[in-house]
Ligand binder design. Sequence first.
Ligand code: F6R
Length: 568
Amino acid sequence: MCGIFGYIGKKDAENLLIEGLENLEYRGYDSAGIAISNNNKVDIIKHAGKVEELKKVLKEKHLLGNVGIAHTRWATHGLPSELNAHPHTDILKKVTIVHNGIIENYLELKKEYNLKTITQSDTEVIASLLAIMPEKDNLEKIKNATKLFKGTYALAIIFSNEPNIIYLAKKESPLMVGKSGDDIFISSDANAFKKYCKDFYILKNNEFAKIKYNKIEFFNKSKKINKKINKFLNTFSFENKNKYLMQDEIVQTPDALRETATFFNNFKNIKNYFNNVNKIYLVACGTAYHSCLFGKKYLEFLNIPIFTEIASEFKYSKHLIDKNTLCIFVSQSGETADTLSCVKKCKCKTLAITNVPNSSITFACKKTILMKAGWERAVASTKAYSCQLLVFYLLKCLLKNEKAKTNTLIRKSKEYLNKLNLKSLASKVLNYEKIMFIGRQGDYITAKESALKLKEISYINCTACPSGELKHGTLALVDDKTLIFLISTQKNLISKNLLTKEEIEARGGKCLIAGDFDEADIVLPHLSSDLMPIISILPFQSLACEVSIQKGYNPDKPRNLSKSVTVE
Ligand code: F6R
């Protein structure tokens, strides 16, 4: 949620900042703005709407200069508007600031320090507070001001009395710095400057940076520090072939699976971490939670209690956690605040399964298994979900000393995606008022994930229901305006599923079966039952994307959602 970008070097900052914001737009896209230092003053342009809108404004009025900070916002405090967009300043424009995170006590600070503000944003309070800090040195001002904050922040700050310096401060929200020759880049996601830099620094909690032309200095609360440099991990290269990122990302699934399967060999020692484990909690949000539901099925052979928990619920519940409990946290981004707050609660064995190296959840967990799905930027998670399921499958094979059979999975998923065309099915979906996804066992989990995909990017009110539960209430919804997708990939359940189809059709509903047999309406390739869930979600990811496009929406940027949910 929200993206920060910054640049100091010899080049014109404006284009680089805009490019950075475009790369970060998956983190939020309700308003955007840039601030550039020029001739001892800081010029700001900001706009409500997507970065595209900001670009239009900048065509009319360019900002010159080689030092700048930029922000793409996802509103938390205050409406998405030009006024509330970042960068923010204090009333006298002594401090210009972009901020990710939330300062929970901003209203108390505003009152206590009698700060004059004109926006509804907590960030303006930070700028106003910094402007009245009595210290002479700007870094000391930041250190002392941040002591007063309750909440989370990644901050990039320019003081008007030092217009060629960018200061950084970080707590919980990610912030990284990359250097390439004379060019220095700042971002809340290193991928946004990966094109320019081979390596980068990661700020840890309560660390600060002072950056000027060709010079980066890092500090903790008390002194100057040296920081280790991080290399970007090689990842598979892919072309953007389609209009939307989500279309590309679904097509990239076989490559993502192949890379993840190969990379998993680096994590084989994790087997020892399971020694003496007496119970497992699998914790995540949204799509990652659905992969936990499968994770439980993959790990059930361990014959120990396994619980799946939605992170935003887990943190308020009582658990039987002891030193032999293993909590597994699944998160594509590694930054989801609900999940992160659970990690902190668990004083036991902790394992992260994430797609982003050096993310907050990987730092907070004792062990990590990293996937290699490649950068996922469309808000709806697709290839990362498939890789999460694959990691659980590989974990199962590792713990059971079984050979993993990933080659067939990768080949069949590639062949399947190559010929998948759901345009005409998508247009049929538009004729129905109610959409449901049903299935039994693992297919019910796929049904849940399919319903989430469709609702989040097409805004169709759809639900998932275990097939057998239909007759216990939900069948009341079924009429001739209802379309039900029945997922059926388990041979022993086909006859039961055909009965369910009859129940639906007797009430006038339309039922389409997705299964790995010729009579199915959506025919899936056949794989072993362990691997079927990784294939059976593919048509429903594609269908959701196609329905969204046919409804005239941009599937990459659905309303009311952002990719990385860094607020609880
Ligand atoms: C849905 C989706 C979300 C995320 C959820 C957790 O397509 O992407 O439901 O799965 O917000 O995000 P991560 O996996 O980054 O923790």
